[in-house]
Design a protein around this ligand. Structure first.
Ligand code: GLA
Length: 707
């Protein structure tokens, strides 16, 4: 088939440009980077990139297409690995050779349709720029009368320039999510696979790429993220010919994806952005993108209510009188939404039983949840409820009735994991049951918020038909969440998976915030939240003031520090308020009031992480119009010298004069010439910076600047 096209297509954001060139009949990203001049002739880019034949190499380089193809002789990782069988044996049609047949150019979107008639497949690539974020997906259609077995299919593959030699990946663990790790690239592949079945604590599906000297404010920086809540594979490949690329895909277990005749599929979306002024700009562009999404805008109709969560105060020991007393204390320190965590239903008196039985426990709540909810609402708070619908304890009525509903790989015994098993959301009857159980609660009670939890890996995700069902589970989860959203649009949903094990743009298309981490240790939280902030804005980041002695790390941290860490997210409290002394209680109330006074700024402003000295955590949130800013400065460790380094701010209006005031902690003991404020020019604050006071480790300072 012959088709004629332009040589290249271009999309622009305010600060970014994408150029897709048709190379050897396939669409390939020629340029993805900071914005190019509008009148640039696109042929210049291919002329600049042209190279001669290398020694002992193919005479013509196979293109690094959006789907690099085996049938084109691409020497690296193909974007598609699929085959089909005839007469019981697979392996046919494996070397895809799809060529472009149609292009749609819209103002913000490009669609490339490629066909491979010899192997009966069609590829569809959709690339769309909103704001400064590229969102791209690959579609695959089986055009044969035989089924097509898909081993992997990458979202559109995006090249990185050879001089972008460093990547920053994210690693972590339960209660220690979103930790940055730098890697120097060399020839070969940096590969990150997640087989936990949920987004995971240890292999967040995102990475940053940059030049050696890139920091928060300077240098070329790229961000990539796969919006998918299941198994995934991230690869950054450097070929010996110097070409380098980022590829992201859902990871399919053997045989998981089979396309029937005429059936199609789509990859999860890869989100990408790029800036030439540092990693901070990459984050702000991701934040702006999420903030502009419909799902997010609906949230902003009202300020994010301050939460109280019952978990660390009562765990499974529910008692209406105690909870009502907590609700009273919560309301008195300024809480606006009371969330009843695990332990209210079925036989759930510990984590060993009851999951799956989503009926209010008559033993614990003889009159249902009505009295508690009535009390909460009479105190002027909304009510939220914890659920974990994807899971079942073997000791539950649901499991006794439907032992066949769980994922597993019999006869192998299931790896024990918090005494619970995963319900197979790939099965329609399971989805229906869980939808109905949750919907019944939302219909019966005035519940404004669901904390949707998910507390184990899909370790052996075999489905009912004996095939792997991890991908079907995630799609099933999305379907149930979408259905709940459609039926109960006013109910907000939190994505929790033992803390931050399910944070991604996919789940966030159907949920309203993430429980960032089970760790409420304020010092650990600062680094977890900093990592989280590379992709997600503050209003999506659940952040709670924990008990005096952190239940997870055992560390005792002051209330002013705990407040200072939680204040910069979607703030909440998760501690037994009866255990706080009078000083802590009044500091907490002051902290909640401070958050409320500034939450519009925190939840809409531009985040500027600051590259501060070792042992210091600092960032600023600056109003869109530069009119005000909040600066957070925390001393984590003792400094070597007598004084800490000056702190240079970022994002201010350089010409404007700002009035500086110390708004936190409530009692700053340190001697400090700036304690009583002063007026300073933005340029001076950004270029010279200010001398911070001498602070004990574990002390946080919050400054407010107004123009
Ligand atoms: C998970 C969550 C916690 C809490 C418990 C309840 O660990 O991350 O916040 O809800 O489950 O069992």
């Amino acid at each position: 088939m012959t088709a004629s096209f332009s040589a290249a297509y271009r999309l622009d954001g305010a600060n970014v440009t994408l150029v897709v060139e048709v190379i050897a009949g396939t669409p390939a990203v020629r340029y993805w980077g900071p914005r190019l001049p509008d009148d640039l002739a696109l042929e210049e880019l291919s002329a600049l990139a042209a190279r001669a034949e290398a020694n002992a190499s193919p005479a013509i380089e196979a293109p690094l297409a959006v789907t690099p193809q085996a049938g084109q002789g691409f020497p690296g990782r193909p974007g598609l690995a699929a085959h089909r069988g005839v007469g019981g044996r697979g392996g046919l049609d494996w070397a895809s050779f799809a060529l472009l047949v149609e292009v749609e150019q819209h103002a913000d979107r490009l669609v490339f349709i490629s066909r491979d008639d010899a192997h009966s497949i069609e590829l569809v690539h959709e690339l769309k720029i909103s704001g400064d974020v590229l969102a791209a997906r690959t579609g695959l259609v089986n055009r044969s009368v035989e089924a097509l077995q898909v081993d992997h299919l990458a979202a559109p593959v995006i090249p990185l320039p050879g001089f972008v030699g460093q990547i920053i990946g994210f690693e972590g663990r339960w209660s220690g999510e979103f930790q940055l790790q730098r890697h120097q690239l060399s020839m070969g592949t940096w590969l990150r696979e997640n087989r936990r079945g949920r987004t995971s604590h240890d292999a967040f599906p995102g990475l940053l790429a940059c030049e050696r000297d890139t920091n928060e404010t300077r240098g070329l920086a790229y961000g990539f993220h796969l919006g998918w809540s299941g198994n995934h594979r991230l690869a950054v490949e450097t070929l010996a010919d110097g070409r380098r690329s980022v590829s992201m895909e859902a990871l399919y277990l053997p045989g998981e994806i089979t396309l029937a005749p005429s059936e199609g599929m789509e990859t999860p979306t890869i989100y990408a952005t790029v800036a030439d002024d540092g990693l901070g700009a990459v984050s702000r562009q991701f934040h702006a993108y999420l903030r502009a999404r419909f799902e997010h805008r609906r949230l902003r109709a009202k300020p994010r209510p301050v939460h109280y969560n019952s978990w660390e105060a009562v765990y499974f020991d529910h008692d209406t009188a105690k909870l009502m007393a907590l609700a009273e204390r919560a309301a008195s320190v300024g809480v606006e939404r009371f969330v009843l965590d695990d332990g209210w239903f079925g036989s759930r008196r510990s984590d060993r039983a009851g999951l799956g039985d989503w009926q209010v426990s008559p033993a614990v709540y003889p009159d249902g949840l009505g009295p508690l909810i009535g009390k909460v609402r009479s105190l002027g708070m909304e009510f939220g409820l914890w659920v974990e619908p994807e899971m079942v304890n073997p000791d539950s009525d649901l499991f006794r009735a439907h032992p066949e509903w769980v994922l597993g790989t019999p006869p192998a015994p299931q790896i024990p994991f918090r005494h619970q098993l995963v319900l197979d959301f790939g099965r329609a009857e399971v989805r229906e049951r869980m939808y109905c159980d949750v919907a019944a609660l939302l219909e019966e009670y005035p519940i404004s918020y669901l904390k949707w939890d998910m507390n184990r890996d899909l370790s052996q995700p075999g489905g009912a038909d004996g095939r792997a069902g991890a991908t079907a589970h995630v799609n099933g989860l999305y379907e149930v969440l979408d259905r709940l959203r459609a039926a109960f649009p006013a109910v907000e949903i939190e994505s929790c998976a033992s803390g931050g094990g399910r944070a991604d743009f996919g789940v966030l298309a159907r949920t309203d915030r993430v429980w960032t981490s089970d760790s409420n240790d304020a010092l650990d939280r600062l680094s977890i939240q900093r990592g989280f902030s590379y992709f997600f804005p503050a209003e999506l980041m659940g952040a709670h003031v924990g008990p005096t002695r952190c239940h997870i790390t055992g560390r005792i941290l002051s209330m002013p520090l705990r407040v200072a860490a939680a204040l910069f997210g979607h703030m909440g409290i998760e501690a037994d308020l009866g255990e706080l002394d009078a000083q802590e209680t009044s500091d907490l109330a002051a902290g909640v009031a401070l958050h409320k006074a500034h939450r519009d700024l925190i939840h809409s402003g531009a985040l500027h992480r600051i590259d501060a000295a070792q042992g210091v955590n600092a960032f600023a949130v600056v109003a869109e119009d530069g009119s005000e800013a909040l600066v957070s400065y925390t001393m984590i460790e003792e400094q070597r010298g007598y004084f800490a380094e000056p702190l240079r701010l970022a994002g201010l209006d350089p010409a404007a004069e700002y009035q500086l005031s110390v708004v936190w902690p409530p009692r700053l003991k340190a001697e400090w010439p700036l304690k009583d404020g002063g007026r300073f020019r933005g340029a001076a604050l950004m270029q010279a910076g200010f001398q911070p006071p001498r602070l004990h480790p574990g002390t946080a300072l919050i400054l407010h600047l107004t123009r």
